[in-house]
Design a protein around this ligand. Structure first.
Ligand SMILES: [Zn+2]
Length: 120
């Protein structure tokens, strides 16, 4: 997952730990407090098809009873929980790219985020 501006700098330095700025071009990823709240939309777009697809697929091969539905909900939850870090990373990345592409202030000074940072 790379910086939306230079397409070279890494977004994450750990599993769920983001750089504040792009290590290559200095682009500030979290431009304001609460910036990544919008990543919840991306997270929903990723998670809903995954969860319902997984459940639906297992439902097709189940006995289709109430008990089966309850078990499948539990199984779907157990199978989906380990994917949370992956979903977190992709949702933030999608949000950054969406904002980079369609954000209202792409060309303004605030967008560059390089004022107080110089990459080494
Ligand atoms: Zn960059």
């Amino acid at each position: 997952m790379r910086c939306p501006r230079c397409l070279q700098g890494k977004l994450f330095r750990g599993l769920m730990d983001m750089w504040e700025h792009c290590p290559q071009c200095g682009f500030r990823f979290e431009r304001e407090p609460g910036y990544f709240t919008g990543a919840m939309y991306a997270s929903t777009l990723i998670t809903l098809p995954l969860v319902f697809g997984l459940f639906g697929l297992m439902w097709l091969f189940s006995s289709r009873t109430l008990l089966a539905a309850e078990v499948l909900i539990l199984v779907t939850t157990v199978l989906t929980l380990p994917l949370i870090p992956l979903i977190f990373r992709y949702s933030r990345t999608l949000w950054l790219y969406f904002d980079w592409r369609f954000g209202p202030d792409r060309q303004t000074e605030g967008r560059s985020g390089t004022e107080e940072f110089r990459p080494s």
